[in-house]
Design a protein around this ligand. Structure first.
Ligand SMILES: [Zn+2]
Length: 186
């Protein structure tokens, strides 16, 4: 279940800025080795001022999103990651309810209604793909080991996953900032 593979600290901490999201995108899309989409060369430089890759063989410049499903979507990567995280967690809680929170999504993500509707449709579809699709693979790096004796895809697997989600998101005590954690009684 995708929710169990989200980073424990959440997207907010694991991907603290747009740069971190770009690095993750390159890791998932190119295994960290960008290649030119025109000539396939792997001799690629990065133009920091333009935030573009540049092929040293043919001079072609391309963005980090090119060739990914997020190409052409003018929303920050971090917003995409947050959006997907919200959908994954709400789906884990309640599949039937997970698609309804349009107004809270607009406020949290600071997106227009039209953008929320369009992006949510895409995310709903891609996150259902095996392994969570491209965005799922970006934000769910953790591997989840099934307990011994539980076969993937069985009812036992489903029950175990349900319990693990409850354990992770409901029973786990919230992380406190260091100063409060130190002063709290044991
Ligand atoms: Zn090239």
């Amino acid at each position: 279940m995708l929710a169990l593979r989200l980073p424990l600290e959440g997207v907010e901490t694991s991907f603290p800025d747009e740069d971190a999201c770009r690095r993750r995108l390159a890791e998932v899309h190119w295994s960290n080795e960008p290649s030119c989409i025109r000539c396939a060369s792997r001799d690629i430089g990065y133009l920091k001022t333009r935030d573009m890759f540049r092929c040293k063989s043919c001079g072609y410049q391309f963005s980090h999103r090119i060739g990914t499903p997020l190409e052409g979507a003018h929303v920050h990567l971090r917003t995409w990651f947050h959006f997907a995280e919200i959908i994954i967690i709400s789906y884990a809680y309640s599949p039937a309810e997970s698609w309804r929170a349009g107004s809270s999504l607009r406020a949290t993500l600071k997106l227009s209604h039209a953008t929320v509707v369009k992006r949510r449709r895409y995310l709903r579809e891609t996150l259902m793909e095996p392994d969570g699709g491209f965005v799922g693979r970006c934000i769910c790096p953790e591997q989840v080991a099934l307990p011994a004796g539980i076969e993937p895809g069985t009812m036992a697997h489903f029950s175990w996953a349900q319990e693990a989600v409850i354990d992770r998101f409901l029973r786990r005590p919230p992380r406190l900032p260091p100063d409060r954690a130190r002063s709290s009684p044991d």
